[in-house]
Design a protein around this ligand. Structure first.
Ligand code: 13P
Length: 341
């Protein structure tokens, strides 16, 4: 029997295998309703299943997608022909992952800040998800930049919860994705994003150390160091790539299995270009890849929504293209020519 730690390291290695990244389709019921509202589709369980099983059955998706993060509803669903989605994923060579946090809630005593909940009963829920086939999990913390925030209290509360979640995952043989998202919302500049991201990551890795979390069996899901979405002089791709890499090199131990980025509101091609620029910058201590939600799905969702039956294949081709472009970016081999081919 392979030892549990070896198993964790092996799964983490597969999640960030060369040229592969993660598809985030773990939108909570509230978030998927927002996305469906945006394209005029009613958010019913049937429509959510149709949309997500369409994506997961994309031919060849496993060539560039190592794993997909599911929501609780999805990991229990079966396709129209009765195949559990988890089995469909296995047949594509895609590892099933599961979002286990219960969302970011107002942090008592700290206006405008949030702390992610979901630790109560997590050991039991992880045991059930293991039975259902989950190999990795995700927990997202939300850090907001505004006047006088984030506070140290907020960074520490979130890092502590992330570390306790990670330790419970590893106890269950599940690889934790730790995601401390520094939001792009606001008019802050690149330097502010850098400082907040650095403080967030240093606080997180200190807590992971305190809670005995094995970094070789942990994947970091990071936000890029980027100008606020309302900032006046937004930094360009090279500046974003340089600042992000510099920040990660200063804050993320080399033992960490890998780093995958969230897209956080970046445009599809913008998110690809940023990842590619970083991977072109030379030898890095960890694999640097993607775990995009919106930046992988946006065009695919729009196309599917326009005609869910008639456009099924077209939507899959669009998703396959974005997955391939990001797979190239994870190798530093993406180009505008590939993009437009
Ligand atoms: P976005 O890429 O749309 O930011 O979503 C990724 C994710 O999983 C956020 O938790």
């Amino acid at each position: 029997m392979i030892d549990k730690l070896e198993q964790l390291v092996e799964i983490a290695r597969q999640m960030v295998a060369p040229g592969k990244g993660i598809l985030a389709i773990d939108e909570s019921t509230g978030t998927i309703k927002k996305r469906f509202d945006g394209v005029g589709v009613e958010s019913t369980e049937e429509n959510r299943l149709d949309y997500r099983s369409m994506m997961l059955s994309t031919p060849g998706l496993g060539e560039h997608i190592s794993g997909a993060i599911l929501f609780d509803e999805t990991i229990r669903q079966k396709t129209a022909d009765g195949t559990p989605l988890v089995k469909l994923m296995e047949s594509q060579g895609i590892l099933p992952g599961i979002k286990v946090d219960k969302g970011a809630k107002a942090l008592a005593g700290f206006e405008g800040e949030k702390v992610t909940e979901g630790l109560d009963g997590l050991r039991e829920r992880l045991a059930e998800y293991t039975e259902l086939g989950a190999k990795f999990a995700k927990w997202r913390a939300v850090i907001t930049i505004a006047d006088d925030i984030p506070t140290r209290a907020c960074l520490e509360a979130n890092a502590h919860a992330l570390a306790r979640y990670a330790a419970l995952c590893q106890e269950a043989g599940i690889v934790p994705i730790v995601e401390p998202e520094v939001l792009m919302d606001g008019d802050h500049d690149l330097d502010t994003s850098y400082d907040v991201t650095e403080a967030t990551l240093k606080t997180l890795f200190h807590e992971l150390y305190e809670q005995n979390v094995l970094l070789e069996g942990t994947v970091l899901k990071a936000s890029m160091v980027i100008s606020g979405s309302e900032a006046s002089n937004r930094a360009g791709p090279d500046e974003v790539a340089e600042a992000t890499l510099d920040c990660l090199l200063n804050a993320v131990p080399a033992a960490t299995a890998g780093i995958v980025f969230l897209s956080g509101g970046q445009g599809d091609v913008e998110a690809t270009a940023h990842l590619d620029a970083m991977n072109k910058m030379g030898d890095l201590p960890w694999p640097l890849s993607f775990s995009y939600g919106r930046a992988l799905q946006a065009e695919c969702l729009k196309t599917w929504a326009a005609d869910p039956k008639g456009n099924r294949e077209k939507a899959q081709q669009i998703l396959a293209h974005r997955a391939r472009m990001n797979g190239l970016a994870a190798l530093g081999e993406w180009s505008e020519d590939e993009e437009n081919a």
